[in-house]
Design a protein around this ligand. Structure first.
Ligand code: SF4
Length: 348
């Protein structure tokens, strides 16, 4: 398909999209700036969070940490506190580390080149492309699921989006329609993909590209994008907090029975008072039949006896230690975590 398309000029599609964007761009605070620091923070905040859900967090974060230096100098616990409610705390930990990286490796100046931006902790190809194009005129499409969907529909392209080469394929396809202003183009694709060319019930009647979209013109919208329907193991994300103090830690028996019925686990959530004690996070991948688990385990070392006592009094968790944990059954990844903790604790 790509070879056939390459012979034609499709830049007019990108330009049409830009005209639409000029009139219809959503009025968002981070669209008033080209400050790479703010664009970067916004891209990370909105990676797994809807715009209207994350807007207050974004504004509060920028107000408290208005530049790279302020963020780099901040205490990690405070950064985590400002991330509260957004979830995926590893993003906050990475943002903090990346700010320190910019201070140490780039003299506090946000790197301009795509390849350099990509070296920052927690920054992937999509984010690097977005920052590079919006702030430094980089000619790199910020390819994500929106691009896959919109491009495969416009060209009625049946390239399988679950193929490991899909990213490169759709990047090449995007280059064929790329106008001069790539920064606006990337944002226009984001708006079109989320507001108009939605996965279900796309608003083709309002779409600026409906006279160019082969899937629409041939009435085959729902044939694209193509994704092979393999019986794949379902992905499941879990989150635990390993709350501990002086060799003791908190556990409970599982209530959910869809996996690990009656096994013991760490607290799946904590109260606000414990957030400052989060020291690190570890992601463990674990396979079960038909399920691929991604387990985030936060290491919460409670340095304050008062907080420890208060948290225990407010909750029904069981106090355990390494020896007594042997009397109970834990899922393998949690059992391993306890073993590693015990080893580390003994060395200390
Ligand atoms: S016409 Fe419909 S399917 Fe085609 S790009 Fe627009 S919204 Fe998507």
């Amino acid at each position: 398909m790509l070879e056939k398309i390459e012979k034609s000029d499709f830049k007019y599609i990108g330009n049409k999209l830009l005209h639409w964007y000029e009139k219809n761009a959503r009025d968002l605070p981070f669209r008033q700036t080209k400050d790479p620091y703010k664009i970067w923070i916004c891209e990370i905040v909105f990676q797994q969070t809807r715009i209207n859900q994350g807007l207050n967090h974004y504004n509060n974060f920028i107000e408290r940490f208005p530049d790279v230096k302020t963020l780099a100098d901040a205490d990690e616990n405070e950064v985590l506190l400002y991330w509260k409610g957004l979830g995926y705390y590893s993003r906050a930990i990475n943002i903090h580390k990346a700010a320190q990286q910019i201070m140490n490796d780039y003299n506090g100046i946000f790197p301009h080149e795509y390849e350099e931006i990509l070296k920052l902790k927690g920054v992937g190809k999509y984010t690097a492309a977005a920052v590079s194009s919006i702030c430094f005129n980089g000619r790199i499409p910020a390819v994500d699921g929106n691009f896959y969907r919109v491009l495969s529909r416009i060209f009625a392209d049946d390239f399988d989006i679950s193929n490991s080469k899909a990213f490169n394929y759709f990047s090449e396809l995007a280059h064929l329609i790329l106008p001069e202003n790539v920064g606006d183009f990337n944002q226009a694709m984001m708006d079109l993909g989320s507001e108009i060319c939605k996965p279900k019930n796309p608003l083709c009647g309002e779409c600026p590209l409906n006279q160019d979209c082969i899937a629409f013109l041939t009435n085959k919208i729902y044939d694209f994008p193509v994704k092979t329907k393999k019986v794949k193991a379902e992905g499941l994300e879990l989150k635990y907090y390993f709350v501990h103090r002086n060799g003791q830690f908190l556990i409970q028996q599982r209530k959910d029975d869809f996996i690990w019925k009656k096994l013991y686990e760490f607290p799946p959530e904590i109260s606000e008072e414990l957030i400052p004690f989060i020291k690190s996070v570890k992601t463990v991948n674990h396979k079960l039949t038909h399920k691929n688990l991604s387990i985030e385990i936060y290491n919460v070392e409670v340095d304050s006896e008062d907080t420890w006592k208060h948290f225990i009094a407010e909750n029904n968790y069981i106090i355990s230690d390494y020896e007594s944990s042997h009397q109970k059954s834990f899922p393998k990844p949690l059992e391993n975590y306890i073993g590693n903790y015990h080893t580390a604790y003994r060395i200390l």
